[in-house]
Design a protein around this ligand. Sequence first.
Ligand code: COI
Length: 355
Amino acid sequence: QVSSLQRVAEPSSSAHREDEEVEEEWAGLGFGLMPTDYMYVAKGSEDHHFARGQLSLFGNFQVSPSAGVLNYGQGLFEGTKAYRKENGHLLLFRPEQNALRMQMGAERMCMPAPSVDLFVNALKQTALSNRRWVPPPSKGSLYLRPLLIGTGPVLGLAPAPECTFLIYASPVGNYFKEGTAPLNLYVEEEYDRASRRGTGSVKTISNYAPVLMAQMRAKKRGFSDVLYLDSQTKKNLEEVSSCNIFIVKGKTIATPATNGTILAGITRKSVVEIAPDLGYQVEERVVGVDELAEADEVFCTGTAVGVAPVGTITYRDTRLEYKTGNGTICQKLSSTLVGIQTGTVEDSRGWIHEI
Ligand code: COI
């Protein structure tokens, strides 16, 4: 609980910026690291026990050159956001969902996992200790980045004997350089993101560097990002490098089912739950790439990305265009979700933790 917030040293003067200076930064927030004051660190061992951790000043830390995470990529990450409400309190969105996803990922990556209670408490401590870095309402949010990494030494391929659970924070605004403008996606056919029975559904760090090459290539050609297809048939949609995908036709919204290759996004899950309230039926199923030609709207979802409209998708030689802007379901979902997250729309599902 919040009362267990540890007293820790003051940030050093070089790390400590004046509040007025911080205020000025809110205007141009994108999605880059802005170092904050504190991070949370806990250690877990082979016997699957995670001791309660503590806050320390944000900064570099030492690991063995033979740490499991450095040598064999034994690591997971999460992402969630804290928003500042008009009354000054901070709001966290479904943090226990991140905890549960980390637990599932830890099992797959052979690491001990923090309990849901420890995870949520650690998020609260990290958010509260960095509260001066939470942007004012409507200016952005404090992105919280939990990591679970094998920090113990290994040489042969084996689980690291010690793991570290760490959370750091950074104020963020829009994820894409497009801001809130519609995205232009490119359907990637040369590279795959995930394979059947692989780790596509796990938020492991090792799923993310491999997508950089296709992403960089697409960006050089003027696209926002790439959309992956299933590796077996190349006929079905999977996800974008950093977010899930939805297509809209009439009053039906479809998104690829979480079949092991798709990341089970918490924003994805929330959109699936909210859309029926807005008069749409949601289908989680195989979504054919051919359906892109018939769709009225396409949008992406993710913690970092939010609910983002897609304006065009280029598939082979064809550039498909979609409805964006006023009156779209994408816009309604986005404003409903952001409203719940920032405390301006009633949270009838008990998703919010106010701290
Ligand atoms: C998030 O949306 O929080 C993610 O973890 C995606 C990441 C590539 C920024």
